[in-house]
Design a protein around this ligand. Structure first.
Ligand SMILES: CC(C)[C@H](C(=O)O)[C@@H](O)C(=O)O
Ligand code: SF4
Length: 470
């Protein structure tokens, strides 16, 4: 059989049965669990007196509600609700014998940072997690699917869940990215072009010369934001970059088994003549750094590009732009450059990896955070933090005036107390800028690459980072 995409092959290999309602029952290779979306599913399991079917395929992490400041990471947590959630996760993990990277563990961090870096995620896997950003794992040629509470219960109890096969859109990203322009910019460009609903009903396959050149960290950032475009998942076919990243990681087979696995992984990539339900080509040559100007991730523009005037838009897009401009207090026809920022945040499962901090550090070197800016650096995992510290990158941040924290979701979603206040404007390396996302209903979020966040922190306003390093 030829003409199949990676998604087709993975689907066929994992399909257990066709269900009466037309959905397919799918086997899950790796089930990731976190403290926010799992408690109810574990309760349902207990009510029915069921065990976790495959504890060795289930990996739990504490990320959303864990405090990031050193002094707040002692138990019991000062926030009663957070303590209950964390204690519940601790208990559920202990009772079911699943692997758990809890608070205080050396490998604790954000689910979608921890699993790839430890080598849990492999090409051709179905990865499921009660979290929309499970799409991240597609960077390694896996199909990462965000699932809801009843599906989490089903996966815990049976290692399978019911799903509907989606269509596949090939995103052919041609050209190559300018220096200081990253996968984050590329993805904001994709969202600007296709919108936040453009991918509904699709899985995105990313390919083309621009994608070939991306490191795994960059591919993780790109696939992470597939869900922001409405796609259920996004992936890159495995290639030499993938194998280089995987080789030697803890949960990746070695020796003969590695060779066998590699051959299998090579066969899982889309066929040369694969047929796609849709193909969209976007040229990324000459792309400037991107920023969002609005209140959804598709309301984005190059930092050199004017914010659209709603009168030139129609229908929903116009209404959305009007609401966004009002909330953000930005001016149509002008660029985002020069917009004052109050908070700068680098971290998250999108851009909280070693290379993200490295690039930001290159911008910060010899610079100081503007007096009016609060700047927070939150490594995506404790391992990321250790590696950065071993290379003194934490010092670059601290000397520039950043708070250097422990890992967690932190200000991405504000569930752990790291929040923005009033109508503060935060430039953030995260993936969502919806109203209230970072804690305050009047707060404003601008999404950008970590290097752009660092540059804005230094200048106190949004700026093309290339002006800061020049
Ligand atoms: C809390 C969690 C279920 C949620 C998600 O589904 O993605 C969060 O991680 C987010 O980024 O909004
Ligand atoms: S870092 Fe943000 S996007 Fe990622 S899992 Fe945590 S809250 Fe969700």
């Amino acid at each position: 059989m030829s003409k199949r995409t990676l998604y087709d092959k993975v689907w066929d290999l994992h399909k257990v049965a066709e269900l009466p309602n037309g959905q397919d029952q799918m086997f899950v290779d790796l089930h990731l669990v976190h403290e926010v979306s799992s408690p109810q599913a574990f309760s349902m399991l207990q009510e029915r007196e069921l065990d976790v079917a495959y504890p060795d395929r289930t990996v739990a992490v504490a990320d959303h509600i864990v405090p990031t400041a050193e002094q707040d990471r002692t138990r019991p947590l000062s926030e009663a609700q957070a303590e209950t959630m964390l204690a519940t996760m601790d208990e559920n993990a202990a009772e079911t014998d699943i692997t758990y990277y809890g608070l205080g563990d050396n490998e604790q961090g954000i689910t979608h940072v921890v699993a790839p870096e430890l080598g849990y995620t492999h090409p051709g896997m179905v990865v499921a997690c009660g979290d929309s950003h499970t799409s991240t794992h597609g960077a390694l040629g896996a199909i990462g699917i965000g699932i809801g509470t009843s599906q989490i219960r089903d996966v815990l109890a049976t290692q399978t869940f019911a799903a509907e096969k989606q269509q596949v859109r090939r995103l052919e990203l041609t050209g190559s990215l300018n220096d200081w322009v990253y996968a984050k910019d590329l993805m904001l460009r994709v969202l600007q072009e296709l919108g936040i609903d453009g991918g509904v009903g699709y899985i995105y396959e990313y390919g083309g010369s621009a994608v070939k050149q991306l490191s795994i960290d960059e591919r993780l950032a790109m696939c992470n934001m597939s869900i922001e475009g409405g796609a259920r998942a996004g992936y890159v076919n495995p290639d030499e970059t993938t194998y280089e990243y995987l080789e030697g990681r803890e949960f990746v087979p070695s020796g003969d088994a590695w060779e066998r696995q590699k051959t299998e992984w090579e066969s899982i990539a889309s066929d040369e003549d694969a047929e796609y339900d849709d193909v969209v080509e976007i040229d990324v040559n000459n792309l400037d750094p991107m920023v969002t100007w609005g209140i959804n991730p598709g309301q984005a523009a190059q930092v050199s590009e004017p914010i659209p005037d709603p009168v030139e838009l129609t229908g929903q897009e116009r209404d959305d732009a009007e609401a966004a401009i009002e909330h953000m207090g930005v001016s149509p026809g002008e660029t985002m450059a020069g917009t004052e920022v109050d908070v700068a945040f680098i971290g998250t499962c999108t851009n909280g990896r070693v290379s993200d901090f490295e690039r930001a550090a290159a911008v910060l070197e010899g610079n100081k955070v503007s007096d009016d800016v609060r700047a927070l650096a939150v490594p995506g995992s404790e391992r990321v933090r250790r590696e950065l510290e071993a290379r003194n990158i934490d010092e670059t941040f601290c000397e520039a005036g950043w708070e250097w924290r422990h890992s967690g979701c932190s200000m991405c979603i504000g569930m752990n107390g790291d929040q923005i206040y009033d109508d503060e404007l935060c430039i953030s390396s995260s993936n969502r800028n919806y109203v209230g996302r970072q804690g305050s209903k009047d707060g404003r979020t601008v999404l950008a690459s970590p290097a752009m966040v660092a540059a804005a922190a230094v200048e106190g306003e949004i700026v093309d980072l290339r002006e800061v390093i020049a």
